[in-house]
Design a protein around this ligand. Structure first.
Ligand code: G3P
Ligand code: CA
Length: 301
């Protein structure tokens, strides 16, 4: 009985979220949207398919995560291991590119529609972003000095050094990239915005901060705005917060569940809730017994 009540409340909360997001009209034409791990609401995260879809749906930028392999090739994956997203197992750092190429992406949203995706290399992802006309937002998860040098050279070779953003939680990686490329756009990833993190960016010529908006009350953004650093927020999945953050001076919003809407005369797009992604997110939260019951009476499949 207790479990059923909890389930009922979960569905009620999900419905309320759905309702409030759907009815909240977008007010900020010009909010720039970063597709988090590509358009990962409808294709498996961090794949070429997800990047292509981000371009087709009018996102301004495509975020993805990169790790170096054992033979020092940068590849695209969120986790440091292969287990969650592929039919392989173990750490990326222990595998060569040739070994990774034998694997298949076998998890993620819409996997049934994208059965042939492989782990992309950084180069492949950059080429897709270039063709799609969207800015790559490259999150360095880790890497030593030699790997950073390789990454900088790859950006140069793709002609993208001044047309991308590199982000990282790893301060040493940002400092290393700044030493290598003085004009590259760099952003520090953090949870809470602090005076210390702002001072770090200013001192090391890091262009901006990308923060978890859930870890911050609005007063934390004042010193950030005043510092002149660029402001990005992650991962914002409802219109009310997206609009609020844009009003507070955020340049980019990273999202799993918002999509570009109509385009105005200045070429700026509005922002709207992505109903397909939203329904999938709500469905994910429905307890198994309720899913089975709905399937059993033909309401869901
Ligand atoms: O864009 C920032 C965000 O991607 C950081 O978190 O875990 O999704 O890489 P994570
Ligand atoms: Ca990321």
């Amino acid at each position: 009985m207790y479990k059923k009540i909890t389930a009922f409340l979960a569905v009620l909360a999900a419905s309320f979220t759905f309702f409030s997001v759907t009815v909240h009209a977008s007010q900020n034409d010009g909010t720039k949207l970063i597709a988090h791990r590509g358009y990962s609401g409808i294709a498996p995260e961090n794949t070429l398919a997800a990047a292509r879809l981000a371009g087709e749906h009018g996102f301004d930028a495509c975020e993805f995560d990169v790790w170096p392999t054992a033979d020092r090739v940068w590849v695209v994956m969120h986790d440091d291991t292969l287990d969650r997203m592929t039919d392989g197992t173990g750490a990326i750092a222990d595998k060569t590119l040739a070994e990774l190429r034998t694997l298949r992406i076998d998890a993620g949203n819409g996997i049934e529609n994208y059965p042939d995706e492989k782990i992309p290399t950084l180069n492949e992802m950059l080429e897709v972003c270039k063709k799609a006309g969207i800015m790559p937002v490259i999150e360095i998860k880790n890497g030593d000095a030699e790997n950073l040098e390789t990454l900088a050279c790859q950006l140069d070779a793709s002609g993208i050094t001044d047309k991308c953003t590199v982000i990282s939680f790893e301060r040493d990686c940002l400092i290393g990239m700044r030493r290598l490329r003085p004009t590259l756009d760099l952003r520090l990833l953090i949870g809470k915005v602090t005076k210390e993190s702002i001072a770090f960016c200013v001192k090391n010529k890091i262009n901006g901060i990308s923060c978890n908006y859930k870890s911050n009350l609005p007063h934390r953004y004042k010193p950030l705005r005043e510092s002149g650093l660029k402001m990005t927020a992650w991962t914002v999945n409802d219109l009310a917060n997206a609009n609020n953050l844009t009003d507070q001076g955020f340049e980019y919003i990273t999202t799993d569940a918002l999509v570009p809407g109509t385009v105005n005369a200045r070429g700026e797009h509005s922002v709207k809730a992505d109903i397909t992604t939203l329904l999938l997110r709500i469905w994910d939260k429905v307890p198994a017994f309720l899913k089975n019951a709905l399937k059993g009476c033909g309401v869901a499949s």
